[in-house]
Unconditional design. Structure first.
Length: 94
């Protein structure tokens, strides 16, 4: 799901991102995605909420941090446009 309360930040001179992706036990109004299979891989686009029209972006270089007893890394962000980290390789299931 997308966390609408997450704050955006610049990621370089031409891109805005937000660490807004969260896991949820149940679907929410912000759990809807448009999946597009492009030449370079699968692209995921948010279709609802504050970040509607934003795309998954793997990267960001965020450091990990502690949450309780867990070490948590924020490596998947939402980006305002498709960038190199927006393509996810997919393979047919065996």
């Amino acid at each position: 799901m997308v966390d609408d309360s997450a704050k955006t930040r610049p990621e370089g001179p031409t891109l805005t991102v937000t660490p807004a992706l969260r896991l949820a036990k149940r679907p929410t109004a912000n759990s809807h995605w448009k999946l597009t299979l492009a030449k370079l891989g699968l692209v995921l686009e948010a279709t609802s909420g504050k970040y509607k029209g934003w795309f998954w972006d793997f990267g960001g270089g965020d450091p990990s941090h502690k949450e309780g007893d867990r070490e948590v890394a924020v490596n998947v962000l939402l980006a305002e446009k498709v960038v190199a980290g927006s393509y996810f390789a997919v393979k047919p299931a065996k």
